[in-house]
Design a protein around this ligand. Structure first.
Ligand code: RP5
Length: 181
């Protein structure tokens, strides 16, 4: 079901190879209204050639689906879960309570409270059930953190992360040179 959702959610944006490889990472979100934020994570995984899946799982609207998703993730080959949610953002924490897999939470910016509600809901986990929380709306960093974790046991990916950091550095240095004239 995840592959089909991925295809329809990305409207053909993704490539077949990422869909057919066994996904290592799962990107889930509470609503399709979170997709404009969460698609940044998908883009990062595509750039780093990390197979991923992406779908909607709502802690409040589809609690049974959240259970089956979390309980089956490890046996499906998933190694890290990225969960985006907004408002009363219980999805990342609840998923982390259902599986030992590492969970990275993405607080979605909200219209009423600018995402502070999402941030606090995700970051304030009780001792024993960790959720790594990135900045409000920063799904790209969630993907990059997941990639760094995967890269500790994947030499090719490790090299790609190092190259990415070099590229970031070069970009800044070029801007500095330009500014200095
Ligand atoms: C959360 O409620 C979702 O993660 C979303 O950020 C928020 C609003 O959802 P919609 O009402 O837009 O579907 O569960």
């Amino acid at each position: 079901y995840v592959k089909n959702n991925l295809r329809s959610m990305l409207d053909g944006e993704t490539t077949e190879s990422h869909v057919s490889d066994t996904p290592q990472v799962s990107i889930i979100m509470g609503s399709d209204s979170d997709l404009p934020t969460m698609k940044d994570a998908a883009e990062i995984f595509r750039n780093f050639h990390v197979p991923f899946e992406m779908t909607i799982v709502s802690a409040h609207r589809t609690p049974e689906r959240m259970y089956s998703f979390a309980l089956s993730a490890k046996e499906r080959g998933i190694r890290i879960i990225i969960a985006g949610a907004g408002g009363a953002a219980h999805l990342p924490g609840m998923v982390a309570s259902l599986t030992p897999l590492p969970v990275i939470g993405v607080p979605i910016r909200t219209s009423s409270l600018d995402g502070f509600d999402s941030l606090l809901s995700i970051v304030q986990m009780p001792k024993g059930i960790p959720v790594a929380t990135v900045a409000i709306g920063n799904a790209a960093n969630a993907a990059l953190l997941a990639i760094r974790i995967l890269a500790t046991s994947d030499d090719e990916l490790w090299e790609r992360v190092k190259n990415y950091q070099e590229e970031l550095k070069d970009t800044v240095l070029k801007k500095a040179e330009k500014l200095e004239g």
